[in-house]
Design a protein around this ligand. Structure first.
Ligand code: NAD
Length: 480
Protein backbone atom coordinates (compact mmCIF):
# COMPACT_ATOMS: atom_id res chain seq x y z
CA UNK A 1 0.00 0.00 0.00
CA UNK A 2 1.20 3.52 -0.84
CA UNK A 3 0.29 6.60 1.18
CA UNK A 4 0.27 9.37 -1.40
CA UNK A 5 0.14 13.13 -1.21
CA UNK A 6 -3.20 14.81 -1.91
CA UNK A 7 -2.51 17.89 -3.99
CA UNK A 8 -5.01 19.91 -6.03
CA UNK A 9 -7.68 17.29 -5.39
CA UNK A 10 -5.59 14.38 -6.67
CA UNK A 11 -3.48 11.67 -5.13
CA UNK A 12 0.10 12.02 -6.36
CA UNK A 13 3.45 10.36 -5.72
CA UNK A 14 6.32 12.37 -4.23
CA UNK A 15 8.42 13.95 -7.00
CA UNK A 16 11.63 12.40 -5.69
CA UNK A 17 10.07 8.90 -5.58
CA UNK A 18 11.36 8.66 -2.03
CA UNK A 19 9.38 6.63 0.49
CA UNK A 20 9.30 6.01 4.23
CA UNK A 21 8.14 2.83 5.94
CA UNK A 22 4.88 2.80 7.85
CA UNK A 23 4.70 0.45 10.83
CA UNK A 24 1.77 -1.24 12.48
CA UNK A 25 2.72 -0.84 16.16
CA UNK A 26 0.59 -3.75 17.32
CA UNK A 27 2.57 -6.22 15.17
CA UNK A 28 5.83 -4.37 14.54
CA UNK A 29 5.39 -4.97 10.81
CA UNK A 30 5.74 -2.53 7.94
CA UNK A 31 2.44 -2.39 6.06
CA UNK A 32 2.67 0.69 3.85
CA UNK A 33 5.04 3.08 2.15
CA UNK A 34 4.66 6.79 2.90
CA UNK A 35 5.46 9.57 0.47
CA UNK A 36 8.69 11.14 1.74
CA UNK A 37 8.00 14.59 0.36
CA UNK A 38 10.43 17.44 0.02
CA UNK A 39 10.31 21.19 -0.59
CA UNK A 40 9.29 20.70 -4.23
CA UNK A 41 6.19 18.72 -3.23
CA UNK A 42 5.38 21.40 -0.67
CA UNK A 43 5.78 24.02 -3.40
CA UNK A 44 3.28 22.18 -5.59
CA UNK A 45 0.87 21.97 -2.68
CA UNK A 46 1.35 25.67 -2.05
CA UNK A 47 0.69 26.53 -5.72
CA UNK A 48 -2.57 24.56 -5.70
CA UNK A 49 -3.63 26.25 -2.47
CA UNK A 50 -2.73 29.69 -3.82
CA UNK A 51 -4.77 29.14 -6.94
CA UNK A 52 -7.78 27.93 -4.98
CA UNK A 53 -7.68 30.84 -2.52
CA UNK A 54 -9.49 33.67 -4.41
CA UNK A 55 -12.58 31.62 -5.15
CA UNK A 56 -12.71 29.83 -1.80
CA UNK A 57 -12.18 32.98 0.27
CA UNK A 58 -15.00 34.67 -1.65
CA UNK A 59 -17.40 31.75 -1.41
CA UNK A 60 -20.52 32.17 0.68
CA UNK A 61 -20.52 31.02 4.27
CA UNK A 62 -23.47 28.83 3.39
CA UNK A 63 -21.40 27.01 0.75
CA UNK A 64 -18.40 26.48 3.05
CA UNK A 65 -20.65 25.36 5.85
CA UNK A 66 -22.51 22.90 3.61
CA UNK A 67 -19.26 21.29 2.41
CA UNK A 68 -17.86 21.01 5.92
CA UNK A 69 -21.07 19.34 7.09
CA UNK A 70 -20.81 16.93 4.18
CA UNK A 71 -17.23 16.05 5.21
CA UNK A 72 -18.48 15.50 8.78
CA UNK A 73 -21.27 13.23 7.50
CA UNK A 74 -18.89 11.17 5.37
CA UNK A 75 -16.49 10.70 8.28
CA UNK A 76 -19.43 9.48 10.34
CA UNK A 77 -20.54 7.11 7.58
CA UNK A 78 -17.01 5.68 7.42
CA UNK A 79 -16.64 5.46 11.19
CA UNK A 80 -15.70 1.79 11.31
CA UNK A 81 -13.20 1.88 8.42
CA UNK A 82 -11.53 5.02 9.72
CA UNK A 83 -11.39 3.70 13.29
CA UNK A 84 -9.83 0.46 12.09
CA UNK A 85 -7.26 2.43 10.11
CA UNK A 86 -6.46 4.57 13.16
CA UNK A 87 -6.09 1.57 15.46
CA UNK A 88 -3.84 -0.18 12.96
CA UNK A 89 -1.67 2.86 12.34
CA UNK A 90 -1.40 4.10 15.93
CA UNK A 91 -1.80 1.01 18.11
CA UNK A 92 -4.68 2.49 20.10
CA UNK A 93 -7.61 0.29 21.10
CA UNK A 94 -10.20 0.12 18.32
CA UNK A 95 -12.86 0.86 20.95
CA UNK A 96 -11.18 4.22 21.64
CA UNK A 97 -10.89 5.12 17.95
CA UNK A 98 -14.58 4.23 17.52
CA UNK A 99 -15.77 6.20 20.52
CA UNK A 100 -13.36 9.15 20.61
CA UNK A 101 -10.97 9.76 17.70
CA UNK A 102 -13.22 9.44 14.68
CA UNK A 103 -16.42 10.91 16.19
CA UNK A 104 -14.34 13.89 17.28
CA UNK A 105 -12.84 14.31 13.79
CA UNK A 106 -16.37 14.48 12.42
CA UNK A 107 -17.43 16.84 15.22
CA UNK A 108 -14.55 19.18 14.37
CA UNK A 109 -15.93 19.75 10.86
CA UNK A 110 -19.52 19.97 12.07
CA UNK A 111 -18.61 22.40 14.82
CA UNK A 112 -16.72 24.82 12.57
CA UNK A 113 -19.36 24.51 9.83
CA UNK A 114 -21.75 26.03 12.35
CA UNK A 115 -19.28 28.34 14.11
CA UNK A 116 -18.40 30.17 10.90
CA UNK A 117 -22.03 31.14 10.38
CA UNK A 118 -22.04 32.74 13.86
CA UNK A 119 -18.62 34.40 13.65
CA UNK A 120 -18.98 38.15 13.49
CA UNK A 121 -16.75 41.13 13.82
CA UNK A 122 -16.97 44.20 16.00
CA UNK A 123 -18.09 47.74 15.26
CA UNK A 124 -17.11 50.78 17.30
CA UNK A 125 -19.02 53.96 16.81
CA UNK A 126 -17.12 57.03 18.04
CA UNK A 127 -20.12 58.94 19.28
CA UNK A 128 -19.93 62.69 18.85
CA UNK A 129 -17.05 62.45 16.38
CA UNK A 130 -19.05 61.21 13.43
CA UNK A 131 -16.83 58.22 12.86
CA UNK A 132 -17.72 54.62 12.55
CA UNK A 133 -15.15 51.84 12.91
CA UNK A 134 -15.75 48.31 11.92
CA UNK A 135 -13.46 45.32 11.79
CA UNK A 136 -13.06 43.15 8.77
CA UNK A 137 -11.90 39.61 9.59
CA UNK A 138 -10.29 38.34 6.44
CA UNK A 139 -8.78 34.94 5.77
CA UNK A 140 -4.99 34.94 5.76
CA UNK A 141 -4.35 33.13 2.48
CA UNK A 142 -2.45 29.84 2.41
CA UNK A 143 -1.84 28.46 5.90
CA UNK A 144 0.14 25.49 7.23
CA UNK A 145 -1.21 22.87 9.64
CA UNK A 146 1.16 20.34 11.24
CA UNK A 147 -0.05 17.65 13.63
CA UNK A 148 1.31 14.82 15.85
CA UNK A 149 0.71 11.07 16.04
CA UNK A 150 -1.18 10.62 19.28
CA UNK A 151 -4.68 11.58 18.09
CA UNK A 152 -4.02 11.55 14.35
CA UNK A 153 -7.27 12.43 12.55
CA UNK A 154 -8.72 14.15 15.63
CA UNK A 155 -5.92 16.76 15.82
CA UNK A 156 -5.33 17.03 12.06
CA UNK A 157 -8.97 18.03 11.50
CA UNK A 158 -9.02 20.26 14.61
CA UNK A 159 -6.72 22.59 12.64
CA UNK A 160 -7.95 22.08 9.09
CA UNK A 161 -11.66 22.61 9.84
CA UNK A 162 -11.36 26.17 11.26
CA UNK A 163 -8.72 27.10 8.67
CA UNK A 164 -10.94 26.29 5.70
CA UNK A 165 -14.15 27.42 7.41
CA UNK A 166 -12.56 30.87 7.73
CA UNK A 167 -11.81 30.92 3.99
CA UNK A 168 -8.13 29.98 3.95
CA UNK A 169 -6.59 27.30 1.81
CA UNK A 170 -4.29 24.82 3.45
CA UNK A 171 -1.05 22.88 3.14
CA UNK A 172 -1.21 20.26 5.87
CA UNK A 173 1.18 17.62 7.12
CA UNK A 174 0.18 14.81 9.47
CA UNK A 175 2.76 12.95 11.52
CA UNK A 176 4.86 10.56 9.45
CA UNK A 177 4.31 8.04 12.25
CA UNK A 178 0.53 7.91 11.68
CA UNK A 179 -0.36 9.16 8.17
CA UNK A 180 -3.12 6.71 7.24
CA UNK A 181 -6.34 8.49 8.23
CA UNK A 182 -5.03 11.81 6.87
CA UNK A 183 -4.46 9.99 3.59
CA UNK A 184 -8.07 8.73 3.65
CA UNK A 185 -9.36 12.23 4.38
CA UNK A 186 -8.34 13.37 0.87
CA UNK A 187 -10.88 11.11 -0.78
CA UNK A 188 -13.57 12.18 1.68
CA UNK A 189 -12.95 15.84 0.84
CA UNK A 190 -13.20 15.13 -2.88
CA UNK A 191 -16.47 13.26 -2.34
CA UNK A 192 -17.83 16.10 -0.23
CA UNK A 193 -17.21 18.53 -3.10
CA UNK A 194 -14.40 20.50 -1.49
CA UNK A 195 -12.96 22.47 -4.41
CA UNK A 196 -9.53 21.37 -5.65
CA UNK A 197 -6.60 22.94 -3.88
CA UNK A 198 -8.50 24.09 -0.78
CA UNK A 199 -6.88 21.32 1.24
CA UNK A 200 -3.53 19.85 0.22
CA UNK A 201 -1.98 17.06 2.28
CA UNK A 202 1.74 16.47 2.09
CA UNK A 203 3.32 13.49 3.84
CA UNK A 204 6.89 13.18 5.01
CA UNK A 205 9.29 13.90 7.84
CA UNK A 206 9.30 16.93 10.08
CA UNK A 207 12.77 18.20 9.23
CA UNK A 208 12.12 18.01 5.46
CA UNK A 209 8.42 18.34 4.54
CA UNK A 210 7.41 20.03 7.81
CA UNK A 211 10.30 22.45 7.74
CA UNK A 212 9.54 23.34 4.10
CA UNK A 213 6.02 24.37 5.14
CA UNK A 214 7.32 26.40 8.08
CA UNK A 215 9.97 28.14 5.95
CA UNK A 216 7.78 28.76 2.91
CA UNK A 217 7.88 32.47 2.19
CA UNK A 218 4.20 32.77 1.34
CA UNK A 219 2.57 30.47 3.86
CA UNK A 220 1.10 33.01 6.23
CA UNK A 221 0.49 31.09 9.42
CA UNK A 222 1.51 27.85 11.10
CA UNK A 223 -0.80 25.97 13.40
CA UNK A 224 1.33 23.33 15.06
CA UNK A 225 0.66 20.62 17.64
CA UNK A 226 3.55 18.47 18.82
CA UNK A 227 6.53 18.39 21.13
CA UNK A 228 7.92 21.43 22.93
CA UNK A 229 11.37 21.08 21.34
CA UNK A 230 9.86 21.00 17.84
CA UNK A 231 7.66 23.96 18.72
CA UNK A 232 10.70 25.92 19.83
CA UNK A 233 12.46 25.11 16.57
CA UNK A 234 9.42 26.11 14.51
CA UNK A 235 9.07 29.38 16.41
CA UNK A 236 12.73 30.15 15.71
CA UNK A 237 12.27 29.54 11.97
CA UNK A 238 8.91 31.27 11.57
CA UNK A 239 9.19 34.26 13.90
CA UNK A 240 11.70 36.23 11.74
CA UNK A 241 9.27 35.82 8.85
CA UNK A 242 6.51 37.37 11.02
CA UNK A 243 4.20 34.43 10.53
CA UNK A 244 1.21 33.96 12.77
CA UNK A 245 1.94 31.02 15.06
CA UNK A 246 -0.23 28.79 17.18
CA UNK A 247 1.78 26.27 19.18
CA UNK A 248 0.14 23.46 21.15
CA UNK A 249 2.99 21.66 22.88
CA UNK A 250 3.84 19.15 25.59
CA UNK A 251 2.43 18.72 29.06
CA UNK A 252 3.08 17.18 32.46
CA UNK A 253 -0.32 17.63 33.95
CA UNK A 254 -1.05 17.40 37.68
CA UNK A 255 -4.02 15.69 39.35
CA UNK A 256 -4.78 17.25 42.73
CA UNK A 257 -6.85 14.85 44.80
CA UNK A 258 -8.35 16.09 48.07
CA UNK A 259 -9.85 13.88 50.77
CA UNK A 260 -13.28 15.51 50.42
CA UNK A 261 -13.75 14.42 46.80
CA UNK A 262 -16.26 11.94 45.44
CA UNK A 263 -13.82 9.07 45.89
CA UNK A 264 -15.26 6.47 43.54
CA UNK A 265 -15.79 8.87 40.69
CA UNK A 266 -12.27 10.21 41.21
CA UNK A 267 -10.74 6.74 41.24
CA UNK A 268 -12.44 5.61 38.06
CA UNK A 269 -11.62 8.84 36.21
CA UNK A 270 -8.02 8.88 37.42
CA UNK A 271 -7.41 5.43 35.91
CA UNK A 272 -8.70 6.80 32.61
CA UNK A 273 -6.82 10.09 32.79
CA UNK A 274 -3.63 8.14 33.50
CA UNK A 275 -3.78 5.44 30.87
CA UNK A 276 -6.25 6.35 28.09
CA UNK A 277 -4.56 6.00 24.71
CA UNK A 278 -1.59 4.37 26.53
CA UNK A 279 -1.04 7.67 28.35
CA UNK A 280 -0.29 9.30 25.01
CA UNK A 281 -2.70 12.22 25.31
CA UNK A 282 -1.18 15.62 25.95
CA UNK A 283 -3.93 16.09 28.58
CA UNK A 284 -3.31 12.89 30.54
CA UNK A 285 -2.72 13.51 34.23
CA UNK A 286 0.74 12.04 34.70
CA UNK A 287 1.50 13.49 38.17
CA UNK A 288 -0.95 12.39 40.83
CA UNK A 289 -0.88 14.27 44.15
CA UNK A 290 -3.08 12.82 46.90
CA UNK A 291 -3.99 14.37 50.27
CA UNK A 292 -2.12 12.50 52.99
CA UNK A 293 -5.18 11.28 54.90
CA UNK A 294 -6.33 9.16 51.93
CA UNK A 295 -2.94 8.46 50.34
CA UNK A 296 -2.50 4.85 51.53
CA UNK A 297 -6.07 3.94 50.63
CA UNK A 298 -5.70 5.56 47.22
CA UNK A 299 -2.46 3.70 46.53
CA UNK A 300 -4.06 0.33 47.26
CA UNK A 301 -7.28 1.02 45.35
CA UNK A 302 -5.57 2.64 42.38
CA UNK A 303 -3.07 -0.19 41.91
CA UNK A 304 -5.92 -2.70 42.24
CA UNK A 305 -7.80 -0.97 39.40
CA UNK A 306 -4.72 -0.60 37.21
CA UNK A 307 -4.00 -4.33 37.57
CA UNK A 308 -7.35 -5.01 35.95
CA UNK A 309 -6.46 -3.09 32.78
CA UNK A 310 -5.89 -5.50 29.95
CA UNK A 311 -2.88 -4.85 27.76
CA UNK A 312 -3.51 -6.37 24.37
CA UNK A 313 -3.98 -6.21 20.67
CA UNK A 314 -5.93 -3.05 19.74
CA UNK A 315 -8.56 -5.04 17.87
CA UNK A 316 -9.72 -7.11 20.88
CA UNK A 317 -12.91 -5.67 22.30
CA UNK A 318 -11.68 -6.08 25.89
CA UNK A 319 -8.30 -4.37 25.37
CA UNK A 320 -7.85 -1.32 27.59
CA UNK A 321 -4.22 -0.54 26.81
CA UNK A 322 -3.01 -1.07 23.23
CA UNK A 323 0.45 -0.74 21.72
CA UNK A 324 2.68 2.31 22.04
CA UNK A 325 3.05 4.15 18.78
CA UNK A 326 6.57 3.08 17.79
CA UNK A 327 9.56 1.07 18.87
CA UNK A 328 11.61 4.18 19.56
CA UNK A 329 8.82 5.66 21.65
CA UNK A 330 8.47 2.40 23.61
CA UNK A 331 12.22 2.51 24.35
CA UNK A 332 12.00 6.16 25.42
CA UNK A 333 9.13 5.48 27.81
CA UNK A 334 10.81 2.34 29.18
CA UNK A 335 14.03 4.30 29.77
CA UNK A 336 12.10 6.59 32.15
CA UNK A 337 11.15 3.58 34.24
CA UNK A 338 14.87 2.85 34.66
CA UNK A 339 15.49 6.50 35.50
CA UNK A 340 12.75 6.30 38.15
CA UNK A 341 14.42 3.28 39.75
CA UNK A 342 17.79 5.04 39.82
CA UNK A 343 16.21 8.12 41.33
CA UNK A 344 14.79 6.05 44.18
CA UNK A 345 11.21 5.83 42.89
CA UNK A 346 9.20 2.79 43.95
CA UNK A 347 7.45 0.89 41.16
CA UNK A 348 4.07 0.07 42.70
CA UNK A 349 2.82 -1.66 39.58
CA UNK A 350 3.98 -2.40 36.04
CA UNK A 351 7.29 -1.31 34.59
CA UNK A 352 7.72 -4.18 32.13
CA UNK A 353 7.29 -4.68 28.43
CA UNK A 354 4.48 -7.09 27.58
CA UNK A 355 4.51 -9.88 25.02
CA UNK A 356 1.04 -10.28 23.55
CA UNK A 357 0.30 -13.74 22.18
CA UNK A 358 0.13 -13.66 18.39
CA UNK A 359 1.53 -10.09 18.40
CA UNK A 360 4.96 -10.81 19.83
CA UNK A 361 6.74 -8.01 17.94
CA UNK A 362 4.28 -5.28 18.97
CA UNK A 363 5.24 -2.38 21.25
CA UNK A 364 3.43 -3.13 24.49
CA UNK A 365 4.14 -1.86 27.98
CA UNK A 366 2.39 -2.43 31.30
CA UNK A 367 0.57 0.54 32.76
CA UNK A 368 3.05 1.72 35.35
CA UNK A 369 2.54 3.42 38.70
CA UNK A 370 5.57 4.92 40.43
CA UNK A 371 5.64 6.35 43.93
CA UNK A 372 8.12 9.21 44.02
CA UNK A 373 9.58 10.89 47.08
CA UNK A 374 10.81 14.13 45.60
CA UNK A 375 8.65 16.11 43.23
CA UNK A 376 11.75 17.54 41.54
CA UNK A 377 12.90 14.12 40.27
CA UNK A 378 13.11 13.70 36.50
CA UNK A 379 10.16 11.32 36.12
CA UNK A 380 8.05 13.94 37.85
CA UNK A 381 9.35 16.87 35.83
CA UNK A 382 9.82 15.61 32.27
CA UNK A 383 7.13 14.62 29.80
CA UNK A 384 7.16 10.84 29.35
CA UNK A 385 4.03 10.63 27.18
CA UNK A 386 3.32 6.99 27.88
CA UNK A 387 1.46 4.75 30.35
CA UNK A 388 3.49 5.92 33.33
CA UNK A 389 2.23 7.98 36.26
CA UNK A 390 3.84 9.16 39.47
CA UNK A 391 2.09 9.47 42.80
CA UNK A 392 2.96 11.53 45.88
CA UNK A 393 1.17 12.62 49.04
CA UNK A 394 0.65 16.22 50.13
CA UNK A 395 -0.43 17.87 53.39
CA UNK A 396 -1.63 21.37 52.49
CA UNK A 397 -3.21 23.22 49.62
CA UNK A 398 -0.19 25.50 49.43
CA UNK A 399 2.22 22.58 49.23
CA UNK A 400 0.33 20.83 46.43
CA UNK A 401 -0.06 24.04 44.47
CA UNK A 402 3.70 24.61 44.64
CA UNK A 403 4.40 21.09 43.45
CA UNK A 404 1.79 21.31 40.69
CA UNK A 405 3.33 24.54 39.40
CA UNK A 406 6.93 23.37 39.72
CA UNK A 407 7.26 22.01 36.16
CA UNK A 408 8.09 23.93 33.00
CA UNK A 409 4.78 22.86 31.41
CA UNK A 410 1.31 24.31 31.91
CA UNK A 411 -1.26 22.58 29.74
CA UNK A 412 -4.03 21.17 31.93
CA UNK A 413 -4.76 20.30 35.56
CA UNK A 414 -7.44 18.27 37.28
CA UNK A 415 -8.75 19.03 40.78
CA UNK A 416 -10.81 16.59 42.82
CA UNK A 417 -12.66 18.30 45.66
CA UNK A 418 -16.18 19.24 46.70
CA UNK A 419 -15.03 22.46 48.35
CA UNK A 420 -16.04 25.32 46.08
CA UNK A 421 -13.79 27.85 47.83
CA UNK A 422 -10.75 25.66 47.28
CA UNK A 423 -11.82 25.05 43.68
CA UNK A 424 -11.82 28.76 43.02
CA UNK A 425 -8.55 29.43 44.86
CA UNK A 426 -6.67 26.69 43.02
CA UNK A 427 -8.22 27.40 39.62
CA UNK A 428 -6.93 30.95 39.86
CA UNK A 429 -3.44 30.05 41.06
CA UNK A 430 -2.64 26.99 39.03
CA UNK A 431 -0.45 27.48 35.98
CA UNK A 432 -2.43 25.76 33.24
CA UNK A 433 -4.51 26.65 30.21
CA UNK A 434 -7.28 24.20 31.10
CA UNK A 435 -8.54 23.25 34.56
CA UNK A 436 -10.95 20.38 35.08
CA UNK A 437 -12.75 20.08 38.39
CA UNK A 438 -14.24 16.67 39.25
CA UNK A 439 -13.96 15.58 35.62
CA UNK A 440 -11.37 15.04 32.92
CA UNK A 441 -11.21 15.50 29.14
CA UNK A 442 -14.60 17.09 29.22
CA UNK A 443 -14.57 19.26 26.10
CA UNK A 444 -16.94 21.92 24.83
CA UNK A 445 -15.48 22.94 21.48
CA UNK A 446 -16.40 26.60 22.03
CA UNK A 447 -13.89 26.94 24.88
CA UNK A 448 -10.32 28.22 24.46
CA UNK A 449 -7.86 25.35 24.28
CA UNK A 450 -4.13 25.73 24.84
CA UNK A 451 -1.32 25.92 27.33
CA UNK A 452 0.90 28.33 29.22
CA UNK A 453 4.67 28.22 29.88
CA UNK A 454 6.40 25.58 27.70
CA UNK A 455 3.03 24.04 26.75
CA UNK A 456 2.49 26.57 24.02
CA UNK A 457 1.38 29.91 22.71
CA UNK A 458 -2.10 30.78 21.52
CA UNK A 459 -5.52 29.23 21.86
CA UNK A 460 -7.46 26.93 19.58
CA UNK A 461 -11.15 26.11 19.64
CA UNK A 462 -14.30 28.13 19.05
CA UNK A 463 -13.91 31.71 17.90
CA UNK A 464 -10.28 31.70 19.08
CA UNK A 465 -9.43 29.38 16.20
CA UNK A 466 -11.39 31.51 13.73
CA UNK A 467 -9.62 34.62 15.01
CA UNK A 468 -6.25 32.91 14.56
CA UNK A 469 -7.06 31.99 10.98
CA UNK A 470 -8.21 35.53 10.08
CA UNK A 471 -6.55 38.92 10.08
CA UNK A 472 -8.42 41.77 11.70
CA UNK A 473 -8.53 44.98 9.68
CA UNK A 474 -10.01 48.14 11.13
CA UNK A 475 -12.00 50.33 8.75
CA UNK A 476 -12.66 53.84 10.03
CA UNK A 477 -15.30 55.92 8.22
CA UNK A 478 -15.81 59.62 8.86
CA UNK A 479 -19.23 60.85 7.93
CA UNK A 480 -20.81 64.30 7.76
P1 NAD B 1 6.76 16.06 17.16
O1 NAD B 1 7.03 17.44 17.63
O2 NAD B 1 7.87 15.12 17.02
O3 NAD B 1 6.01 16.08 15.75
C1 NAD B 1 4.80 16.77 15.53
C2 NAD B 1 4.70 17.10 14.06
O4 NAD B 1 5.71 18.04 13.74
C3 NAD B 1 4.91 15.92 13.11
O5 NAD B 1 4.05 16.04 12.01
C4 NAD B 1 6.35 16.11 12.68
O6 NAD B 1 6.65 15.52 11.44
C5 NAD B 1 6.44 17.61 12.61
N1 NAD B 1 7.79 18.17 12.70
C6 NAD B 1 8.88 17.68 13.33
N2 NAD B 1 9.94 18.48 13.14
C7 NAD B 1 9.51 19.53 12.39
C8 NAD B 1 10.12 20.68 11.87
N3 NAD B 1 11.41 20.95 12.05
N4 NAD B 1 9.39 21.55 11.14
C9 NAD B 1 8.08 21.32 10.94
N5 NAD B 1 7.44 20.22 11.39
C10 NAD B 1 8.14 19.34 12.12
O7 NAD B 1 5.64 15.52 18.18
P2 NAD B 1 5.04 14.03 18.23
O8 NAD B 1 6.09 13.14 18.81
O9 NAD B 1 4.41 13.71 16.94
O10 NAD B 1 3.85 14.24 19.28
C11 NAD B 1 3.98 14.12 20.65
C12 NAD B 1 4.06 15.48 21.30
O11 NAD B 1 2.93 16.26 20.95
C13 NAD B 1 4.03 15.42 22.82
O12 NAD B 1 4.99 16.28 23.33
C14 NAD B 1 2.64 15.90 23.17
O13 NAD B 1 2.50 16.47 24.44
C15 NAD B 1 2.38 16.90 22.10
N6 NAD B 1 0.95 17.13 21.94
C16 NAD B 1 0.42 18.33 22.35
C17 NAD B 1 -0.94 18.57 22.23
C18 NAD B 1 -1.54 19.88 22.66
O14 NAD B 1 -2.68 20.13 22.29
N7 NAD B 1 -0.85 20.72 23.40
C19 NAD B 1 -1.76 17.59 21.68
C20 NAD B 1 -1.19 16.38 21.28
C21 NAD B 1 0.17 16.16 21.42
Amino acid sequence: MKILNYINGEYVEPLSDNWLENYNPSTGEVYAKIANSNAEDVENAYKAAKEAFPEWSNSTLEKRSRILIKIADLIEEQLVDLAQAEAKDNGKPLSLALSVDIPRASANFRFFANAITQFSSEAHESTGLNTMNFTLRQPLGVVGCISPWNLPLYLFTWKIAPAIAAGNTVVAKPSEVTPLTAFLLGEICTKAGLPKGVLNIVHGTGPTAGQAIVEHKHIKAISFTGGTKTGEHIARSAAPMFKKLSLELGGKNPNLIFADCDYNKMLETTVRSSFANQGQICLCGSRIFVEKSIFEKFKTDFVEKVKQLKVGNPFDADTNVGALVSKSHLEKVASYIEIAKKEGGKILYGGNKVTVKGFENGYYLEPTVIEVFDDKCRVNQEEIFGPVVTIMPFKTEEEVLNMANSVKYGLSATIWTTNINRTMRISKEIEAGIVWVNTWLNRDLRTPFGGVKDSGVGREGGFDALRFFTEAKNVCIKYE
